[in-house]
Design a protein around this ligand. Structure first.
Ligand code: ADP
Length: 572
């Protein structure tokens, strides 16, 4: 004031910042004026001080906010623009926005739809006007937009957000655009959608019934074949699921398997499904999981094939086999009867003529061939019994050692060239169908002879393989079986193919039946073999030990005070 007032009359709006001891930093506006008084030498100074600290701080805050807001817009990788008024004058557009349009900053201040005419044709002008008019925001995803940049039209995809801008009174005065380029993602999604369409078209073409299920097993897709078969539409199928189409006898079994499959088991079942005429048809259902790179299951794809015709054919084949077997068995039995009758007559005859003729060897030949045929027919009959679950066991207690001796004796009689040694290592009694277990043993021994063209030394062991289990093993020095085939030889009709095996007659039924018979006795049958070196077949069944009986007896006797005498195994 001292320096200004001598030269001027006023000090106007002079901003001063001062830190007061008690108040801290304050901002003030000073106005001063010299007041001259008449007839007085000294003049007065009128001084006004206005404290503007609050206003000043608010101004600073606003500036900072504005700066932050601009920073956000200009440093964002998203495309941001703010358009003003009904003509959509570009007031702000960040670099990514301008770059996408292929334009420079010169378009700022010009109408958006005129600066980029491509957009109006593609319907974006319409969206802008709607948002401006209604004030409702609009969001659109993966929108294809053709933009001409440097004379070249490029197709890109964007996610757009349009938001109306309002003034302090709430009146709409513009539209903000926030966009992200998602071309890579959109193209990927497009190719996924295309591949899905192709998948559906493909699955619709196949006659198989295809289902897709989520990881919990819930089915969310049925192909066209289902619709044709059931007469239902996709919505109805998804709502009702496939349980209601299953035959009541199989629902539990199929669903059990299905649920087990969801935890990693293989799903493969035969089931009957009801068609639109309420007729059940046989199907074979399989499902495989679709996994991600880390092996997590993403979904399940199931294929269900109709096998009704196959089933019918199989049934017909069964009936045929049964019929043929019966038809063959009757004449064979009578031929066998007559052959044995003749043999006995000739053997008992004293006439030299008859004795000198080769009638006996011929009849013996016929007899052995009949035995072979009879066995084959029995196997075929057993096979159909197994399939119809009619293989009934006539179980009894019997001595395993005696049974083995008798079987070997019978075989020695028919196969005089074989050298069969029996080692009875333990004396064991079992409870089971004696004839069926003999059948298993005879099959193993005749196989051992059949598949040992040179060295016909066969060794049979009867032993206790482990506590409670009796085993009989048959070892030969024959052609052996390689590792891969060993897994299959117990399958129905499986025969090893190879030049060694070609020469041996057979149908691949014997071991399948042996396995079935053993399973029904709670036993097992296995093979150890090496190609060219021979095979060792072992079957095992639970034996009856005195221990079990004794324990029961002991308990009973203890109750009545009788001492228990320890014994060996029961002998039949
Ligand atoms: P098959 O009537 O064909 O002998 P099996 O069911 O008894 O039927 O045996 C199935 C197949 O297992 C045979 O075809 C043969 O290839 C193989 N096999 C069985 N036993 C032996 C053995 N002792 N040595 C070698 N191969 C064997």
């Amino acid at each position: 004031m001292e320096s200004i007032l001598p030269h001027a009359e006023k000090v106007e709006n002079f901003e001063v910042a001062h830190t007061f001891k008690t108040l801290g930093e304050r901002f003030m506006i000073l106005n001063a004026m010299e007041i001259r008084r008449e007839n007085r030498k000294n003049s007065l100074i009128l001084l006004s001080i206005e404290d503007i600290t609050e206003r000043k701080l608010m101004g600073r805050k606003l500036e900072e906010t504005m700066h932050r807001y601009e920073e956000m817009i200009y440093s964002s990788p998203s495309l941001i623009a703010i358009l003003e008024g009904p003509k959509f004058i570009i007031s702000i557009a960040n670099e990514p926005f301008l770059n996408q349009l292929g334009k420079g900053e010169n378009i700022i201040g010009t109408p958006y739809l005129e600066a980029v005419p491509d957009l109006e044709e593609q319907g974006l002008g319409e969206i802008l006007r709607k948002v401006y008019k209604t004030g409702k925001p609009d969001y659109v995803h993966e929108i294809p937009v053709n933009i001409t940049r440097n004379g070249k039209t490029v197709l890109s995809y964007f996610n757009f957000g349009y938001q109306a801008q309002r003034d302090t009174k709430g009146v709409i005065n513009g539209v903000a655009i926030l966009a992200n380029e998602v071309t890579v993602q959109a193209e990927l999604n497009k190719s996924i959608r295309e591949s899905e369409t192709r998948f559906h078209q493909m699955t619709d073409l196949t006659p198989d019934k295809i289902i897709c299920a989520d990881t919990s097993g819930k089915i969310y897709y049925f192909n066209k074949s289902w619709l044709n078969f059931t007469g239902l539409n996709l919505k109805q199928l998804i709502k009702k699921g496939w349980e209601h189409l299953m035959h009541p006898e199989e629902v539990k079994y199929v669903l059990n398997n299905w649920n087990k499959a969801m935890t990693g088991d293989v799903f493969e079942v035969e089931l009957r499904l009801r068609d639109k005429n309420n007729v059940y048809k046989w199907h074979l259902g399989r499902a495989v999981p679709l996994k991600d790179e880390e092996g997590n299951i993403l979904m399940w794809i199931g294929a269900i094939t109709q096998i009704q015709k196959l089933k019918e054919e199989e049934e017909r084949k069964e009936v045929f086999l049964k019929m043929v077997s019966h038809e063959l068995k009757t004449p064979l039995t009578s031929i066998k009867g007559y052959t044995q009758f003749l043999l006995e007559m000739i053997e008992g005859s004293k006439e030299d003529v008859l004795q000198s003729l080769p009638i006996i060897p011929s009849l013996e030949r016929i007899d052995s061939q009949i035995n072979r045929l009879t066995r084959l027919i029995s196997e075929m009959l057993d096979l159909s019994r197994v399939q119809e679950s009619q293989l009934i066991l006539q179980s009894e207690n019997f001595n395993l050692n005696t049974m083995v001796e008798q079987c070997v004796e019978d075989i020695r009689y028919s196969y005089s060239t074989a050298n069969i040694i029996v080692n009875q290592q333990s004396e064991l009694s079992v409870y089971g169908d004696r004839d069926r277990i003999s059948q298993v043993l005879i099959n193993l021994i005749t196989n051992a002879i059949k598949y040992s063209p040179i060295d016909k030394n066969i060794e049979i062991d009867v032993f206790e393989v482990r506590e409670g289990m009796a085993s009989v093993s048959v070892k030969d020095q024959g052609i052996g079986i390689n590792q891969d085939d060993q897994k299959n030889i117990f399958e129905r009709f499986f025969r090893v193919t190879g030049k060694d095996e070609q020469t041996f007659a057979g149908f691949g039924i014997g071991l399948f039946l042996a396995k079935e018979i053993m399973t029904r006795h709670n036993g097992d049958i296995e093979v150890e073999s090496e190609k060219g070196k021979g095979s060792l077949f072992t079957f095992s069944i639970p034996y009856i030990s005195m221990d079990g009986k004794e324990e029961k007896m002991e308990r009973k006797n203890r109750a009545v005070g009788i001492p228990v005498i320890k014994g060996e195994f029961i002998k039949s």
